[in-house]
Ligand binder design. Structure first.
Ligand SMILES: [Zn+2]
Length: 105
């Protein structure tokens, strides 16, 4: 679990989202994954994900999504890994650019 998911605002609001999902399911409603727009079946695990990864932990930015990759959805865990890898790559490129610039003068 990342520091982001230990944040008290995230934990409080994620609990509310999970309660909403439970109420919805008890009432026979469908739970939709914000990421792919398809239903999350009851036997599928889900996460409370950030719609915008940089937008904080408000209720409006949190929604249920598939935890693992499905036929139609990348799933939260794989998407989070990709985001982390992309950020690492961007940092590496910035460092590379900086050292090249220093050699150019
Ligand atoms: Zn999905």
């Amino acid at each position: 679990m990342s520091a982001k998911h230990r944040h008290p605002d995230y934990q409080k609001n994620a609990r509310i989202i999970r309660q909403r999902v439970a109420v919805l399911r008890r009432g026979g409603g469908d739970v939709t994954c914000w990421r792919c727009g398809h239903d999350i079946d009851e036997e599928q695990r889900y996460d409370v994900g950030h719609i915008d990864p940089d937008a904080g932990h408000d209720l409006g930015n949190l929604a249920p999504e598939h935890r693992y990759k499905t036929a139609r959805c990348i799933g939260n865990r794989a998407a989070g890994g990709k985001l982390g890898a992309a950020r690492q790559q961007a940092r590496a490129e910035r460092r590379a650019t900086t050292s090249t610039d220093l050699l150019d003068w």
